[in-house]
Design a protein around this ligand. Sequence first.
Ligand SMILES: O=P(O)(O)OC[C@H]1O[C@H](OP(=O)(O)OP(=O)(O)O)[C@H](O)[C@@H]1O
Ligand SMILES: O=c1cc[nH]c(=O)[nH]1
Ligand SMILES: [Mg+2]
Length: 209
Amino acid sequence: MGQVHVLDHPLIQHKLTYIRNKDTGTKEFRALVQEVSMLMAYEITRNLPLAETDVETPVATARTKVIAGKTLALVPVLRAGLGMLDGILNLIPNAKVGHVGLYRDPETLKPVEYYCKLPPNVEERDVIVVDPMLATGGSASAALTAVKARGAKQPKLMCLVAVPEGIRTVQADHEDVDIYTAAIDEYLNDHGYIVPGLGDAGDRLFGTK
Ligand SMILES: O=P(O)(O)OC[C@H]1O[C@H](OP(=O)(O)OP(=O)(O)O)[C@H](O)[C@@H]1O
Ligand SMILES: O=c1cc[nH]c(=O)[nH]1
Ligand SMILES: [Mg+2]
């Protein structure tokens, strides 16, 4: 069974409070989501494997370390996952980026896939699927299925706010996947929105409501 990590760094929790606030406007919301995403990426990459290398300093040869293997792949789930991408890229600028396009049908709450494009050699990369909201879990589970179908091995899932129902769905469908979230909220309302949550992440990021 994959693990669930709640990233409780004080800066993440502080910024998430302002992200949740209904009076936070689009510009500030976007900036805060990026800042939190960068901080979360710092935590998620803590255990990346390292390889030894030599570097010539102005003084001598240093035996030192670099991240091993192929650069990792970030896979934001369109649209709202895009809001987290630049924050992570600030920290890992050479990451490859794939995209999975999904929207949640407002009636059935089931995900509808409309796009998928991943970097080459995805089977050799650490893959992080990125979506701020883990609600019913249908979208995250479908995104994980899509990246695995194209070769990704044991991808990670990064979100801002999850609910227990969504976590259960992902764990049932993908027992190898570790979930990283800044918060686990209470429940889903009748429209499938996370309570208390932060509202509609895509609409708040892109000003579409
Ligand atoms: O866990 P679920 O119940 O599947 O819900 C979560 C999904 O809902 C939101 O996307 P939405 O469908 O609103 O599309 P958007 O990102 O394009 O706004 C969110 O970004 C997730 O992808
Ligand atoms: O609370 C929710 C649930 C799904 N998608 C969102 O953007 N917000
Ligand atoms: Mg979505």
